[in-house]
Design a protein around this ligand. Structure first.
Ligand code: ZN
Length: 136
């Protein structure tokens, strides 16, 4: 057991491959084998054409901040020591948007349109959480 006190993802049959890839420090999302759409969050069928044929395709990990919010209140006690902290929405080059945290960017420096790239935070032996840092 680790001392990680923050909420952890609940692994399901739909999202298992996402978290297995993250543990290897790979960002993989579902890509439809019928129409090519890439989607997130994980779902059993393509939101574009409803095909159930897909692959877990590697993503570039690059994107831009499309939205963010700064929390000044700790809704989870485990975050109390970190307020204020930001939660960002990152639009990946491939299209889907992920909700994540930025590392090494103070909340006051976050801007919509900021280029970012994925990094992985090994929070437990089983779970590595994708986060983003400012792209060089
Ligand atoms: Zn499709």
């Amino acid at each position: 057991m680790s001392g990680y006190a923050k909420p952890l993802p609940r692994i399901t049959p739909d999202n298992g491959p996402f978290w297995e890839a993250a543990r290897r420090h790979e960002l993989r999302l579902q890509r439809c084998l019928a129409c090519g759409q890439v989607w997130y969050p994980p779902a059993p069928v393509c939101p574009g054409c409803l095909s159930d044929r897909h692959q877990w395709a590697p993503m570039s990990g690059r994107g831009t901040v499309s939205s963010f919010v700064v929390f000044h209140k700790a809704w989870f006690p485990a975050f109390a020591s970190e307020t204020p902290y930001a939660v960002v929405q990152v639009e990946l080059e491939e299209g889907p948007r992920l909700t994540a945290n930025l590392v090494d960017v103070p909340p006051g420096e976050i801007r919509v349109g900021m280029p970012v790239t994925v990094v992985f935070d090994d929070v437990t032996p089983e779970i590595s959480i994708p986060r983003f840092r400012r792209a060089p």
